[in-house]
Design a protein. Structure first.
Length: 740
């Protein structure tokens, strides 16, 4: 049967976002390869084509994740338009979209989800985002722009969804993989093992999928304290312990078990539990005053050194009932994270006490638990109207503690054994929200969508403080509550099966809360607020999505302007405590372009670039910044280019892929002073071959030119520290598959 060109394109070109396409596939009439569509679930209305989503979205499917060798978020996010990933070591990262951040090392402006489960803020020390490994993932979805109506608190700049593969009812399958690689410069050997088992238990009814992995990564920093004459002087002065060796090596160990039950043709249940443990030896950052990637920390009195440990557990239950014209969905989840961190802060606190350095350690701990329940009803009605209504409940509890100790010889302790600093604090949050969207087909080509979210929350923050640097004992308990709404309005014009244009107004927000107590005995608390208000963001976006050349090319263009008010700004007081206040307004505007092109049936080009101009629009004394100052943490320009060739040799499939990504420069402050981060270009290469029907081998090189790029510069602790991208890493991975 012959298909018309229009019908042929409609069959394969539902999604026109660059991320909305995966590997090439044969066209419907066998005339040649076309770009294969990837459906997404970002709209919470089931599978949808990106052509019908009036927003900028990028998607990576399982094939792209594999061939690009993506292991973690930095491998993907840093290559996307208007997106930056601040890698500060295991579990200590930041995601910035469209320049929306004032304190990049602390801000959480991007929501992160594991499938339907929110894990925003469940990273290191119950802050930041969890450092997830891309093991057995179906796809990664990145939505740029505020997602306040559907995703609520935290998605003020965008949302990242990591979606694992579901159990397969159709048959048994398994995969085991191992890899080894070597990192240049101060790095060493890295090793990986992982396995996936898909086991149908009851034919066409019940299946289990089990995933396990272990990653051992060498550090590429060094501890040179034992070789530093200056450090030895202060070690002798206070009886401190110093040593030398590697710093920053880490291990990720985790797993996931998922059970899928097809109860009936209309009702299914999915249960999942995942766990991940991270252990890191040493803090992966260098001191700017030293040469190379080195740092000079003291050890603790017992010889132990700086370390980090993060445990994450996520349990979820999904239920889906198909009632024909209506679909009822429930997502119940619990997430828990625990963090222990030890670090030397003598170079920061020493000058406050009149010396350059001394052996002072800070032990950080945090434990957070979060229960969420979301219930939503989606329609599939005949006619122009469709609706989505939902309710969301969140119960979040966090307890954190800090204790500072002198780790030199007791007889040389200038504090004579006194408690230096101890603080216990936390947050207890309960939130209830109702949300909905309605879409109406104004014509066969033009669809309008309106959305609203109403939220209501209560939050309290107890704290208890003691020690010399706390001015003695104090305790506090502060409460706050608030309610509000966010709105969305969009128009999507589908010109034909290959072209759409859209315009969207959307809002985002982050919940505020009570301000932690600051000891007034040792701090000037003038201007310190009692309450941190919710900050809000209005976004205006227009764009177009195009497919052409008979399905062999796509182009996506979007332009945006963001108006951000009530920015929460962190400021370090002279006494060393930090305060947060809503200060300043900002705007961000920019242009994003991405797409794909089939140069030949077996040769694909992926491209993306963006320009972002994010700046203050009014003076801010709290930030020591003026209107027009650029927001920190986000490059003005970024670009990426990938080229992939799929071919056969000796009758076996092979591929070769090269990816180039450029990140423009950015600063950690609005004055654009000091050392800039960014301004680097990385090249990654992959070569893969199927040896037989079961075994495949990939050879890879990451950061091929061994670029020494800075991902973050930290001056908050006084002595100046920096984080680098991983040096050139070359390795090999072998996979064996069994079953279907």
């Amino acid at each position: 049967m012959n298909l018309s060109k229009k019908a042929k394109l409609a069959a394969v070109l539902g999604g026109l976002c660059a991320g909305g396409f995966g590997a090439q596939t044969a066209s419907a009439d066998g005339a040649g390869a076309v770009l294969q569509e990837i459906l997404v679930t970002a709209t919470k209305r089931g599978d949808a084509s990106t052509l019908d989503i009036p927003a900028s979205i990028s998607v990576a499917d399982e094939d792209l994740i594999s061939k690009r060798g993506m292991v973690g978020m930095e491998d993907y996010l840093r290559t996307l338009p208007s997106t930056n990933f601040l890698d500060r070591g295991a579990g200590r990262n930041g995601i910035i979209i469209r320049g929306v951040t004032a304190s990049p090392q602390d801000d959480i402006a991007v929501g992160v989800y594991i499938d339907e489960t929110p894990v925003t803020g469940m990273g290191s020390l119950a802050g930041g985002n969890p450092d997830l490994k891309f093991i057995d993932m179906q796809r990664i979805e990145v939505l740029r722009g505020p997602q306040g109506t559907l995703y609520g608190d935290g998605s003020i700049a965008g949302t990242v969804r990591v979606i694992p593969n579901a159990p397969d009812l159709s048959g048994f399958s398994a995969e085991v993989a191992g890899a080894t690689s070597s990192t240049a410069d101060l790095g060493g050997q890295n090793n990986m093992m992982r396995g996936v088992l898909n086991l149908p238990v009851i034919e066409d009814k019940f299946a289990i999928r089990i995933v396990g992995y272990d990653y051992d990564n060498s550090g590429y920093y060094e501890n040179t304290a034992g070789d530093s004459a200056t450090k030895k002087i202060w070690a002798d002065e206070f009886g401190g312990v110093v040593t030398s060796g590697e710093a920053g090596d880490d291990q990720y160990t985790g797993g996931r078990i998922t059970a899928f039950w097809q109860v009936s043709d209309d009702f299914d249940v999915t249960f999942s539990h995942m766990t991940q443990d991270i252990e890191q030896s040493g803090i992966p950052e260098s001191m700017l005053a030293l040469e190379g990637k080195s740092r000079t920390p003291f050890q603790r009195r017992d010889g132990s050194g700086e370390s980090l440990k993060i445990d994450l557990d996520v349990t979820s239950l999904k239920m889906n009932l198909d009632m024909g014209s209506y679909e009822l969905f429930s997502s119940t989840s619990k997430a828990e994270t625990k963090t222990l961190q030890d670090r030397d802060l003598g170079a920061y606190f020493g000058p406050m006490l009149g010396v350059d350095d001394m052996p002072i350690y800070l032990a950080d701990s945090a434990h957070a638990e979060q229960f969420t329940q979301e219930l939503r009803l989606n329609t599939r009605l005949d006619g122009p109207w469709q609706f989505l209504v939902g309710a969301f409940y969140q119960d979040y509890e966090r307890t954190a503690g800090q204790k500072m100790t002198f780790e030199g010889a007791p007889e040389l302790d200038a504090f004579e054994g006194a408690l230096l600093f101890q603080s216990t604090f936390g947050d207890n949050l309960k939130q209830l929200a109702f949300f909905g969207e309605a879409s109406f087909d104004l014509t066969d080509q033009l669809t309008a969508v309106a959305g609203v979210r109403h939220y209501d929350y209560e939050k309290d923050s107890p704290d208890e403080n003691d020690g010399v640097f706390n001015g003695g004992y104090s305790a506090g308990f502060v409460e706050s509550d608030d309610t509000g709404q966010t709105y969305k309005l969009s128009l999507n014009y589908r010109h034909d099966d290959t072209t759409s244009f859209y315009g969207t107004f959307s809002q985002g927000f982050r919940l505020g809360g009570p301000h932690p107590e600051i000891p007034s005995d040792i701090c000037d608390t003038t201007g310190v607020p009692d309450q941190i208000d919710s900050d809000e963001l209005d976004s205006f976006e227009v764009g177009g999505k195009f497919a052409f050349a008979d399905g062999r090319a796509t182009l996506n263009v979007s332009a945006f302007q963001v108006n951000w008010t009530g920015i929460p700004v962190k400021r370090i007081l002279d006494c060393g405590f930090e305060t947060i206040a809503n200060a300043g307004e900002a705007e961000s505007r920019g242009l994003e372009v991405d797409g794909q092109l089939l140069l030949a049936d077996e040769l694909r080009l992926d491209y993306g670039l963006s320009y972002t101009d994010a700046e203050l629009t009014e003076d801010s004394a709290a930030l020591n910044a003026k209107s027009g100052d650029r927001l920190p943490g986000s490059p003005e320009f970024s670009a990426s280019l990938g080229i992939q060739a799929d071919f056969s040799m000796a009758g076996r499939p092979m591929f070769v892929r090269a990816d180039i990504a450029h990140i423009g420069d950015y600063y950690n402050n609005m004055q654009q002073s000091g050392l800039a981060a960014g301004d680097f270009t990385t090249i990654n290469l992959s070569l893969g071959a199927e040896i037989n029907d079961s075994v495949s081998v990939d050879v890879f090189a990451r950061n091929l030119t061994d670029k020494e790029g800075l991902t973050w510069v930290e001056t908050e602790l006084g002595d100046g520290r920096a984080n680098y991208i991983r040096p050139r890493t070359i390795g090999i991975e072998v996979r064996a598959r069994f079953g279907q």
